[in-house]
Every structure is written in C-alpha cells, then in structure tokens.
Design a protein around this ligand. Structure first.
Ligand SMILES: [Zn+2]
Length: 132
C-alpha cells in the first residue's frame, strides 16, 4: 500500500500502481477502465522484462563500468588509473575480474570487454560522449 489516495473520492491509501480505488474504478467510463488495465499490463510486462534482463545479463559495478568506458576510448591502464585516482594494479585487477566473469580472456580481452559492454547495453555512444 502506498500513501496515495484515490483521485475519485480522495479516500483510502491505494496500491502503488492503482490510480483509483476499486469502487471509483468501477464507476469510471469503460474507456478509462480499458486504458487503466492496458497501462497495468504494460507495466507488468516492462517489470518482467527488467527482471529478465537482470537475471540474464552479466553484472557490472559502477567502477568497472568507468574503467571499461575509458578503455573504450583507448586509454592505457596508467592513464585510467590517474583519471580515476586508483592504482594501475586496481585497473588491471578490475579488468581481470570483468574479463573472467564475461568470458573475455587472453590477447584482445580489452576489445572483447568493450564490445561486450556495448552489446549488453552497458555502454552507449551518447552516454560515452557525455562522460568523457
Ligand atoms: Zn475512490
């Protein structure tokens, strides 16, 4: 239950994604009821999609993403370390961890990590341009 009230009668706290209380919704025009249930169905679908995405995509931390983003711009480990105020060893181990989790190994693992980050939607062209 949320603290919001029904816009129809102003009473009773109503559930997070319910706009009207059940009696008011029952009195609402059919068109509005259809719009409400369609919106609810869309929200349910979107929630399921997000849950699915979270379940199936390899996780990445904010710091890992910062490192990957800088790698994507061609920075060397020393430059990345300087920019993020961490040691070069931290940059290396961060990339090693991500590489292991994402299955990017050996020569070309940096490029694989960057490609994977883009493919999974962790990096986007516009966001990358803004961050740099
Ligand atoms: Zn009401």
């Amino acid at each position: 239950m949320s603290g919001r009230c029904c816009p129809g009668c102003g009473a009773k706290p109503i559930a997070a994604y319910r706009l009207f209380c059940p009696p008011c919704e029952g009195r609402a025009p059919k068109k509005m009821q259809e719009a409400l249930s369609a919106a609810r169905a869309r929200l349910d679908r979107a929630t399921a999609e997000v849950a699915d995405w979270l379940r199936t995509h390899p996780k990445v931390t904010r710091r890992e993403l910062e490192v990957i983003e800088l790698v994507s711009h061609g920075l060397e480990n020393a430059d990345i370390a300087a920019r993020l105020h961490v040691s070069e060893e931290t940059v290396k181990s961060t990339l090693r961890d991500v590489g292991q989790r994402w299955g990017c190994r050996g020569r070309g693992s940096r490029a694989q990590i960057v490609a994977t980050a883009f493919r999974l939607g962790y990096l986007q062209t516009t966001r990358t341009e803004q961050a740099i």
